[in-house]
Design a protein around this ligand. Structure first.
Ligand SMILES: [Mn+2]
Length: 329
């Protein structure tokens, strides 16, 4: 990708230049936001305010219940209050359509910066600060703030820690790098509250979510000598548990935790003829490749896609591809 830059110090200078010409910034991230999407959005917002730069934070969805503790979370809106933004910054996002309804507000902004760690699909943006090896977008922001000699406040630190803790699964996933641990230490030093982050992100679930998990696990299926596990959640299951798609956060990891399983898939029929799928894998099995075959994307060991069809049809389309992925490696 021509306009894709991995991080080097000159990137901070380019970023500074873009900011110096901006009077009002619009910050956005992907729909169904996770801790990295919202933590990075808000850390950036706090930084811009500290530099006297007006900004707004948008997201297609309201923050999920387990991220409502994030400092500044009440600033996240589903439409901007002001007009005439002259710089857009999108974080943790590989494709403009993943902004959902927020994409319309970025269309007319003259300059766009992308800060991300996903495998690029569309590569939008005038300045792209992208490193697919970074464990979290929050870590790319840490490097950037470091280069800019920014003061990291306790609020920023908690937001950035949330991004790192979320995307490394509390430092358990394969992407947990020395850098993520070093920066976590720096952020705790800067006043970030890691106990709060871990407790809020991982240790607090609504009853509806736990009930739905039990129901899904009860009916999950195993394939390929128990190396492939998949679960399905229909609109009826959501109704039964009085749950929403937000409540399925982390379910796919429960499937992957089965000792024999190398690839796990969770299919959710979020409404009739709309199926979302989360994919996880161990080791070298590349589920991002499978997701891309059907119009999705993500990382090697954590990816996703969606289908406009029935739950049964989506399973029929994807499971043979996952089998092939298992058998080819
Ligand atoms: Mn991320």
């Amino acid at each position: 990708m021509e306009n894709t830059l991995t991080f080097d110090p000159s990137v901070a200078e380019l970023f500074r230049e873009q900011l110096s010409g901006a009077t009002s910034v619009l910050i956005g991230s992907h729909l169904n936001p996770d801790g990295d999407a919202l933590g990075s959005s808000l850390a950036l917002s706090h930084y811009l305010w500290s530099q006297g730069i007006k900004n707004e934070v948008l997201n297609h969805h309201r923050p999920p219940h387990n991220l409502k503790f994030l400092p500044g979370v009440s600033k996240i809106r589903q439409e901007p209050i002001h007009e005439g933004h002259d710089l857009g910054i999108i974080v943790d996002l590989d494709a403009v359509h993943r902004l959902g309804n927020m994409a319309q507000y970025f269309e007319s902004i003259p300059h766009l910066i992308v800060i991300d760690h996903h495998v690029p699909i569309e590569s939008p943006g005038d300045l792209r600060i992208v490193d697919t090896k970074a464990a979290a977008t929050a870590l790319i922001l840490c490097r950037l703030f470091d280069q800019l000699e920014a003061t990291i406040t306790p609020e920023m630190a908690t937001c950035l820690l949330t991004g790192i803790v979320t995307d490394t699964g509390s430092f358990r996933f394969r992407n947990t790098s020395p850098e993520s641990l070093v920066w976590a230490a720096n952020l705790i030093q800067a006043g970030g509250d890691i106990n709060r982050v871990c407790e809020e992100v991982f240790q607090r679930k609504p009853l509806s979510s736990v009930r739905l998990l039990g129901h899904m696990l009860d009916r999950m299926e195993l394939d390929c000598d128990d190396k492939l596990a998949f679960g399905t959640i229909s609109v009826h299951d959501f109704d039964y548990a009085q749950a929403t798609d937000e409540d399925t956060e982390g379910f796919v990891n429960e499937l992957l935790s089965i000792e024999t399983v190398e690839i796990a898939a969770l299919f959710r029929e979020v409404r009739p003829l709309k199926v979302r799928v989360s994919l996880r894998s161990r080791a070298d099995f590349d589920v991002a490749g499978v997701a891309q075959e059907v119009g999705g994307g993500g990382h090697r060991n954590a990816a996703g896609c969606s289908f406009d069809m029935t739950l049964e049809e989506a399973v029929e389309v994807l499971i043979p591809r996952l089998r092939a992925c298992l058998e080819s490696s």
